[in-house]
Design a protein around this ligand. Structure first.
Ligand SMILES: [Zn+2]
Ligand SMILES: [Zn+2]
Length: 374
């Protein structure tokens, strides 16, 4: 135990010593936001930094050019620190992934240095969290399978741990009818917009039949071409979410599909449903890792609010990782009154205060990894 205390002191000193480097990485990403799947500059920056720290890097993971696995050490438990580095259109790093990249890099380097040959330290570069979610395919390909733990800290408006994220499987629903002049006496066409509206209203009622908390939300992406033409093609995109991936896949989505088919039958339209983005599974936080992280945050003088296991917010592809290996995805406060995906959050993610806060996240993750040493 005392030995671990000493190792944790070393982690704190090492991360403090990396403050300038971590700030530079974080701010460089912040100034040059790149969208999911196009994070070439960010990935190269992290890969270059990891290689200079004697990590061995494998690139091009699971079909993603901007994914990578950087590894140091080949014995003992394998601990992974997950980096994200994609930004959002127009508002840049409004989810603060620049901070996530720097925190996980800092933790991986410090942990590798302190653990020596007692463990293997991994920095896993995971692109496109905001869109396709590279971790989905990476998880399916077994990238996270023989890890002892996967750790990632997300910036937020306070320190939180626990809770969950919704399982989410976006669905595109397209109704096809038959066009006609709206004032024709002989040809009334088949109105796909009417079908779509019926389906949309039906979803509101369907939702009440689900015993688990669900989110069924959507927009119309194609609504017709002109008011004097009976719409023959109407399409919507829906984000369908539930507290567990199994309930979503076994109950919610089949229900939505049956509703769409029933409406098509009733309105003499045809309907097509396709998933246009992959399934993000619900996040399962590992209880042992949660406890260790909380204790280490306390050692750093930080309080952490623990959320209940059904306290869901948003969706993340870290969920898919958590179904493969023990995972935690706590939040680290970088300011107050902040909402992710807003310009205000982007500003906070580039503030001097956030660059100081990221040191806390890096330390807490690396210290938690120390607790997992034999
Ligand atoms: Zn986000
Ligand atoms: Zn995020």
């Amino acid at each position: 135990m005392n030995n671990k205390q000493a190792l944790k002191e070393q982690i704190i000193n090492l991360v403090d010593g990396m403050a300038a480097e971590l700030k530079e990485i974080s701010l460089s990403l912040h100034k040059n936001p790149e969208l999911g799947g196009q994070e070439y500059r960010a990935a190269q920056l992290l890969i270059g930094a990891a290689e200079r720290r004697s990590f061995t890097v494998k690139q091009n993971i699971s079909g993603y050019e901007t994914a990578f696995i950087a590894k140091k050490g080949s014995s003992g438990p394998k601990i992974a620190f997950l980096a994200e580095y994609d930004a959002l259109p127009e508002i840049g790093h409004a989810c603060g992934h620049n901070l996530i990249a720097a925190m996980s890099y800092g933790a991986a380097v410090a942990f590798a240095a302190v653990a020596g040959d007692r463990a293997s330290s991994y920095l896993i570069g995971c692109p496109a969290e905001e869109t396709q979610g590279a971790k989905v395919t990476m998880a399916e390909d077994g990238v996270f399978d023989d890890l002892r733990a996967a750790l990632i800290v997300h910036p937020a408006d306070g320190n939180y741990i626990g809770g969950t994220s919704y399982a989410c499987h976006p669905l595109q629903v397209s109704f096809h009818g038959q066009s006609a002049h709206v004032a024709s006496k002989t040809n009334k066409g088949v109105n796909a917009l009417d079908a779509f509206m019926l389906f949309y209203q039906g979803m509101k009622m369907l939702r009440q039949t689900f015993i688990q908390e669900t989110v069924l939300a959507g927009i119309v992406t194609k609504g017709g071409t002109a008011p004097n033409i009976v719409p023959d093609e109407v399409e919507g995109k829906f984000t369908l979410r539930a507290l567990s991936a199994s309930y979503l896949e076994d109950t919610v989505i089949p229900g939505v599909r049956r509703l769409a088919e029933g409406v098509a039958l009733a309105t003499e339209t045809t309907v097509e449903t396709i998933h246009y983005e992959p399934l993000f599974k619900n996040l399962v936080n590992d209880s042992q890792l949660m406890e260790l992280y909380k204790q280490n945050m306390a050692l750093l003088g930080e309080g952490v609010t623990v959320l209940g296991p059904e306290d869901a917010e948003g969706s993340t592809d870290v969920g898919n990782v958590s179904h493969r290996t023990p995972t935690i995805h706590p939040d680290l406060g970088i300011g107050s009154n902040l909402a992710a995906h807003t310009p205000g959050f982007a500003l906070a993610a580039g503030s001097n205060y956030a660059q100081e806060r990221l040191l806390v996240g890096a330390k807490a993750m690396a210290m938690t990894a120390i607790d997992l040493l034999d």
